[in-house]
Design a protein. Structure first.
Length: 425
RNA sequence: GGAGAGGUGGCAGAGUGGUCGAAUGCGCUCGACUUGAAAUCGAGUGUACCGAAAGGUACCGUGGGUUCGAAUCCCACCCUCUCCGCCA
């Protein structure tokens, strides 16, 4: 959520930065804000008098005045009069406040100053590449779903029977490989100082609002309708809300978490895209990294976060590149994002496997997560960062494709061998 | 699902119609004492909004209602805990 005070103070500047992201008009918000403040002034003056009357009546009666006498009666009448006026003002003000709130909740984060300008992914900027030497040279490369089905470790067809399309069942070595990837990633991040958490996979509406998925992206998540619970689309949601409505001590910061969770996404509007394989499923596993940090450290923490995600790909010897997203491609809550794209030889291109975002104080404002310096009055919002480290299904796809052998088998990456207990699948 | 208890400041916990934004304790901050620390003593210590300031307003789970006046009374809802049932 953006800071209303900042918008009020520099409307043109905020508007200009929002324009880089899309079509947003702050005019209605500024009008509502103006109205709200006028109403608030009028209302609080009436309330002040009302409070005064309340006290006066109490005093008079206590000091022996006749509760039914004319003096007290006059005060009560004035009190009733004020109440009548307030009953006009209050609902109007409340309604306007709601409108302001809804408006603010629908505005995306402002891009950071350093984010490249652009309208779509075409304008994303490649920052670096790694692992060219590991790109397979073999021409007869099969897509991962064919490799998986041949080896009998992935089954899509039967999954439609169990659930729908866009689900997969992992079998035998496939299931084991998935587990091995999860554990390898968690172990590596824990080693790097992240604290593992395993949160609830169902989250309530307040949590989704706190991290930025609601109200705008309700269509993206599966909902358990009778319970105000949703299937979490990413661990970012529960982990953000681990500290919702908290005032942390500055000595607790930074907080570095990692979490394995399944992720559930409706993928509404992506019909026809990536219909085969592990790339776009309604349910997938992911290991997520998440940081709560002091504002002045968030940029450095962001760079470190990307490096932590890269470390996994490097460990697995999977070729990848790092992109910085342009303003038009930035996610709703992010002010700056690096995407990691892994090499998928079957389609002869890089595909997103991790997204590492700095959200600044955007989520902290929504979820009310502050920190306080001991001995200093007042608190300030933390900065939050999140990054996939990594999406497991897509990593599996990359491993199957990059490690496939001419005989149809798949070499197990060295770092996974001790988890899997075998060298070849 | 059934029965009961309860939701108050960073935490614990008092408060059942008026000077209650809220006792007390803990914690925290500052000061005194001390070589230093502990202990002790003293002072201070919620959040948000409006305002240049003085100051004002709101907030005791949420939303309504009664009243001149509500943390306190009434209604509805939500949540948490305990016991029973069911269950991995």
């Amino acid at each position: 959520m953006l800071d209303l005070k900042q918008i009020r103070k520099n409307p043109q500047q905020v508007q200009a930065r929002l324009n880089h992201r899309g079509d947003y008009d702050l005019e209605p918000l500024l009008k509502l804000d103006q109205q709200q403040r006028e109403l608030e002034t009028a209302r609080s003056q009436l309330q002040a008098r009302s409070n005064e009357i309340g006290k006066l009546v109490g005093q008079k009666i206590k000091s022996g005045a006749d509760p039914k006498g004319s003096e007290v009666k006059a005060l009560k009448e004035e009190g009733n009069d004020i109440k009548a006026q307030l009953s006009q003002l209050e609902p109007t003000e409340k309604e306007i406040k709601h409108q302001i709130e809804s408006f603010l909740l629908a505005l995306p984060n402002l891009p950071s100053e350093s984010t490249p300008l652009g309208e779509s992914e075409e304008q994303n900027v490649e920052v670096r590449r790694w692992g060219d030497e590991y790109i397979p040279q073999d021409k007869a490369i099969l897509p991962h779903w064919e490799i998986g089905e041949k080896l009998g470790i992935l089954n899509f067809e039967r999954s439609t029977k169990i659930a729908q399309s866009r689900f997969v069942t992992l079998i035998g070595a496939g299931a084991a490989l998935e587990r091995a990837l999860i554990q390898y990633m968690l172990d590596r991040h824990i080693q790097a100082g992240y604290t593992e958490v395993m949160p609830p996979f169902l989250v309530n509406s307040a949590s989704l609002t706190g991290s930025g998925q609601l109200p705008k992206f309700a269509e993206e998540s599966f909902k358990c309708d009778r319970d105000d619970l949703w299937l979490s689309p990413t661990a970012e949601v529960p982990v953000t809300n681990l500290h919702r409505d908290e005032i942390l001590s500055s000595t607790d910061l930074p907080l570095h978490y990692c979490a394995y969770t399944p992720c559930f996404r409706r993928e509404a509007g992506s019909y026809g895209r990536d219909t085969r394989g592990l790339i776009r499923l309604h349910q997938f596993n992911k290991v997520e990294m998440y940081k709560f940090v002091r504002p002045e450290t968030s940029e450095a923490e962001h760079e470190a976060l990307v490096n932590d995600a890269e470390a996994i790909l490097q460990g697995l010897k999977l070729p990848y590149r790092v992109l910085e997203l342009c303003t038009g491609d930035l996610g709703f809550s992010a002010n700056k994002t690096y995407d990691l794209e892994v090499w998928l030889p079957s389609s002869d291109k890089y595909r997103e496997i991790s997204s590492c975002s700095n959200c600044g104080d955007f989520q902290a404002r929504r979820a009310s997560i502050r920190f306080k310096e001991p001995g200093v009055k007042g608190g300030q919002f933390v900065h939050t960062l999140n990054g996939s480290g990594l999406a497991i299904g897509r990593t599996m796809a990359a491993v199957l494709e990059n490690y496939q052998q001419p005989d149809g088998s798949v070499q197990v990456p060295e770092v996974l061998q001790r988890y899997l207990g075998r060298e070849v699948i």
